[in-house]
Design a protein around this ligand. Structure first.
Ligand code: 15L
Length: 270
């Protein structure tokens, strides 16, 4: 049986996956960060700790075939924090994967590595990066790490470019970016079970009519999303869009318009 470790198990996605993956037969070890996880049932394989510490990484990866790495900073934050959590910790995780012979690392990449694309034309999986902040830049770096550890050390890597994971869409942007929970679980099971992926970037998104990416499916791992945010459009369209006008023009939404230099403030402008 494949042994799977899940980091970031106390985060939004992590909490859901920690409950759902074992229901689908996954032998799971779940790791939280600073706070201990309350076991969901007696004997649940849980741990916690700071992944910048190699001893913590060793506990996480002992006997593990596949790591689902969801830990890290998941929003825009000051650069030093992002460097510690998304670069330094990821490096420790990958070195631990080498020590323990982990076969595959599935990392949480993000749509924010592409957030400066305008929303008017869908992008495909080969689109060049256009990050919308330092968080997005850290995800570009994470994808490069995954590629390098596959090419140099033979550790397979799936970079999941996650859009907006949630139980349901709650705002206008989500009509394009939603990743429903049923699809998330299907996606993770595909990432665990697919054969010989090497390094592979995959969109983490549902089958949304207004999707910012095409195609949404990943045939290589057998991921065929079935949820569609359009089913919620009638109620979402009644709500005020919380994103400002500039953010609405970019795939990254509010991440794109934060700390943005307008044309008149750019170099070479009078
Ligand atoms: C992400 O990458 C973030 O982790 C999450 O907080 C959301 O902002 C999401 O993207 C999104 O773009 O909706």
């Amino acid at each position: 049986m494949i042994k799977v470790a899940l980091s970031g198990a106390s985060g939004n996605m992590g909490r859901m996956l920690r409950t759902e993956l074992p229901r689908h037969g996954v032998d799971l070890r779940s790791a939280g960060g600073t706070k201990a996880l309350e076991p969901l049932h007696p004997g649940e394989d849980v741990m916690h700790g700071d992944l910048r510490d190699p001893a913590v990484v060793d506990r996480l990866l002992d006997g593990v075939d596949v790591l689902i790495h969801m830990a890290g900073t998941s929003v825009e934050r000051p650069l030093p924090e992002i460097i510690e959590n998304n670069l330094v910790a990821l490096h420790q995780v990958y070195e631990g994967a080498r020590r323990h012979g982990v076969r595959r690392v599935v990392t949480a990449s993000s749509n924010h590595a592409f957030g400066m694309y305008p929303v008017d034309r869908p992008i495909d999986i080969g689109a060049p990066y256009r990050p919308d902040g330092f968080y997005g830049v850290s995800k570009v770096w994470g994808e490069a790490m995954a590629q390098m550890y596959w090419d140099k050390h033979g550790i397979e890597g799936i970079a999941l470019r996650i859009w907006s994971c949630g139980a349901r869409p709650t705002e206008f942007r989500h009509l394009a970016t939603w990743l429903g929970h049923e699809d998330t679980v299907q996606l993770m099971l595909c990432c665990i079970r697919a054969q010989d992926v090497g390094f592979l970037p995959v969109w983490g998104i549902s089958n949304n009519t207004r999707s910012y990416v095409q195609p949404v499916a990943c045939e290589r791992i057998g991921y065929r999303p079935v949820q569609n945010a359009e089913d919620f459009a009638a109620e979402i369209l009644k709500l005020k869009n919380p994103i400002d006008a500039l953010g609405q023009k970019h795939m990254g939404g509010s991440f794109a318009s934060a700390d943005y230099t307008p044309p008149e403030g750019r170099p070479g402008r009078p």
